[in-house]
Design a protein around this ligand. Structure first.
Ligand SMILES: Nc1nc2c(ncn2[C@@H]2O[C@H](COP(=O)(O)OP(=O)(O)OP(=O)(O)O)[C@@H](O)[C@H]2O)c(=O)[nH]1
Ligand SMILES: [Mg+2]
Length: 286
């Protein structure tokens, strides 16, 4: 095979509602003061959508790193250093914890202080308008609910929950536009595609979950062998093949078919679900 040919990932999910959403966002942008660009702390750089970044290039951006409860402090420091170098502001939140997002209010007002002052000088009490964007399932709608202290938007632990735009007002002087999670037409980097699939940003129905769980184990074992051992109560030998480890997990979780064959389908779901819900431990993928 010609190594110069760039091979795109076999993973792909870019349904029509995302194209429509991106078009709607582009239309809305002229009325938007600030973009809250949400990134999952477990794979923040994989969550950077080239289409969204291009769309928002002339806007003030706050990167909102969500799900910080799923990663270690030193990984967050690494993320902060990298994002600080983009000249955009960065906040870290656990959006399921009340009041965790309120710094977004003061940061937005600081960034737009000149505009707010100009409006005030003209006697206007202007409400800033923020558009909340990001790949599916990063916690956009949860952040909005956190900021308005009410369940104004629908949330759910699967990608593609929000299907259309929705404005929500808050008492903190910020009007928030919830948007559907968006991806891009094809992933050049297979690692990015896999990370997005691991964190649940890509619909499971378009994925080969056995393949994904196998790759997940392969990707995280060098750094997180101890977490897998303790989660599944197994002992991993230095020279074990990934499939052997997969078999050990199957046995430990009693995922066995008739004839003692490992039930990879059931075990794959368990492995991915454990990671996505943070039960495997604090794992950083980027
Ligand atoms: N542990 C944890 N869970 C979170 C956090 N933020 C969001 N979640 C959970 O992540 C899941 C997805 O949240 P949503 O707010 O629906 O995500 P979204 O980005 O709006 O998703 P789409 O609308 O599908 O694009 C939900 O189960 C939330 O409870 C967080 O900071 N920590
Ligand atoms: Mg949503």
């Amino acid at each position: 095979m010609d190594n110069n040919i760039k091979k795109s990932s076999s993973i792909n999910w870019f349904p029509g509602h995302m194209t429509k959403a991106l078009r709607q966002m582009e239309k809305e942008l002229k009325n938007i003061d600030i973009v809250l660009y949400c990134l999952d702390a477990r794979a923040p750089f994989s969550c950077i959508n080239p289409k969204l970044t291009k769309l928002c290039q002339n806007k003030k951006i706050i990167y909102v790193v969500t799900k910080v409860d799923f990663v270690e402090e030193n990984d967050l420091k690494f993320v902060k250093n990298k994002l600080d170098s983009t000249n955009s502001k960065v906040v870290f939140v656990n959006a399921t914890k009340s009041n965790s997002c309120k710094q977004i209010f003061s940061l937005s007002k600081n960034l737009l202080s000149q505009k707010l002052q100009n409006k005030l000088d003209r006697g206007l009490n202007y409400q800033l308008k923020a558009m909340v964007v990001g790949v599916p399932n990063v916690g956009k709608s949860t952040i909005i609910n956190n900021l308005c202290k009410a369940s104004k938007t629908i949330t759910g632990n699967k990608p593609g929950v929000t299907r259309g735009k929705q404005w929500v007002m808050t008492e903190g002087g910020l009007n928030l536009l919830d948007t559907p999670g968006t991806l891009w037409p094809s992933f050049d980097d297979d690692k990015v595609a896999k990370n997005l699939a691991y964190i649940g940003s890509i619909k499971d129905e378009v994925l080969d979950l056995n393949d994904l769980a196998f790759n997940f184990l392969k990707d995280i074992l060098p750094k997180y062998k101890n977490l897998i051992e303790s989660r599944y109560n197994i002992n991993i030998k230095e020279d074990s093949e990934i499939l052997e480890i997969f078999d050990q997990v199957c046995l430990s979780r009693k995922c066995v078919l008739k004839g003692n064959e490992p039930d990879y389908d059931r075990c794959s779901k368990i492995i991915l679900d454990d990671f996505r819900k943070g039960r495997t431990g604090k794992i950083f993928l980027d």
